[in-house]
Structure formats: C-alpha cells, structure tokens
Ligand binder design. Sequence first.
Ligand code: ZN
Ligand code: ZN
Length: 80
Amino acid sequence: MITCGGCPAEWGGETRAHCSGCHRTFTGITAFDVHHKGGECWPPRQVGLEALHTSGNQILWGKPREGELPAAWVKEAANA
Ligand SMILES: [Zn+2]
Ligand SMILES: [Zn+2]
C-alpha cells in the first residue's frame, strides 16, 4: 500500500492519485487534473467528479462510470 505523509490515507495501485493539498484520493491523474485545475483544489462534485467508491473512511473520486476499480476497493464494497 502507498501512504501519505500528511494524512492517514493509504491506497493501492500506482495509478491512483492522492492530492497532497486536500488529501482526497482520485482514480488517476486524469481525475486529479480535473480536481486540481489552475493549481487549486476544487470540490470534486463541482467539477463533475463523483464519489465512486469508499473504503473505510476514504473516498475514491473519479469520473462517473469510470470503471476499473482496484480489487481491494471492490472487495470492500462487497463487504459493506
Ligand atoms: Zn486537492
Ligand atoms: Zn494525504
């Protein structure tokens, strides 16, 4: 697992993107770029992203219907 030095978040998969500004986790650099346009952190829903998945107290933000969730997240959802 990858961890952040500034918050308790941890996530699997190097394609995930974690924002060091607001500590949200995104499905990938594409979703992160949407969130972080202009060098500012935008509220995900305001820029068209959705809370695709939660794992524990973490939320994975991404574009609606963007597939390919990591196995760990899918497993969490199945158990929820
Ligand atoms: Zn951010
Ligand atoms: Zn963080």
